[in-house]
Write a protein that binds this ligand. Sequence first.
Ligand code: CP3
Length: 342
Amino acid sequence: MAKKAAKRLLRALAGDAMARPPWWLMRQAGRYLPEYRALRARAGSFVEFCLSPALAAEATVQPVRRFGMDAGILFADILLVARALGQPLDYTEDGPQLAPLDPASGLRSLNGAGVAALAPVYETVRLARAELPADVALIGFAGAPWTVATYMVEGGASRDFRRVKGWAYRDPAGFTALIDLLVDATVGYLAEQIAAGADAVQLFDSWAGVLPDCEFTRWVIKPTREIAQRLKRRFPTVPIIGFPRGAGFLYERYAAESGVDALGLDTTVPLAVARERLQSRLPVQGNLDPVALVVGGRALDEAVAAIRDGLGGGGFVFNLGHGVLPQTPPENIAALARLLAR
Ligand code: CP3
């Protein structure tokens, strides 16, 4: 039997300090890549794209083929779960649009088939896993319940989260029912991705940073812990990366209590704090400012060196602190790949 190739990403997520850190980039598939734009033009709507396994697998592999990252991330979107639960979803120039859930009628309008309807995504995982080199990891992902709930209740992006927070404060029992539904759906969705071949999974909690202390415990930490515990029972060795973007001072509690195996750091987490208070507990991933990658040159060289100096002594995966911006010149990512190979 062939020896199983050691995936560098999995070594770092297990806590090994590596001279050359493994790397991948959040939103590494996307509009900044000409080959992505060509694929996107063939795909119809963005939802159809995500639900076309051959096209989505190709989008997953494209950045790895061009830049040689240590991991591909499944090409899909966090809001496919909302759609599978029965909420109409569309993507426009202004981002995702959903018919907002009405707190007064609660979950009654959600009568979709659930995550079984996302079988095409699991097929994408199988196709991408077969296509990627054996030493490159495939990362599955989902939105964390709080972040998916914000889009479901606000109907899209929000400035003040008045509607979703309003529901949570006025009717915590009703809002808990939504979060519980999302916990179940997320466990099912990630379990199917792992069964189809994902080597690790990431939970994106993009809006973790808008909640006060008590609400953070209730709507971020608690659901994340439930998801982590339930996945661990079935897949004890598959690492779960939690990304509570913007959590600030609450990062430390998230690291201690959420049950994830590794911590995605956003751009604002200071490296010394990350090293002393977070990496001492869990492997970390991050946290280059995506704008430094747009700018390139000396700004990029210096930022990359600082992050490697700060975090390279422990379990560490190099990444951005948020997603690749569409304005990013692909040659800057090639330059990043060369820097990280040194
Ligand atoms: O390359 C990858 O990272 C894999 C695929 C991926 C997408 N979305 C594809 C996508 C991943 C991991 C996501 C996560 C995601 N989606 C998050 C969490 C990360 C974050 O950015 O905070 C969120 C909040 C969403 C919801 C979402 N999807 C928004 C807000 C938008 C519009 C804004 C934008 O960035 O374009 C999307 C659309 C989307 N998801 C695109 C892609 C490639 C762009 C659609 C297009 O090609 O026209």
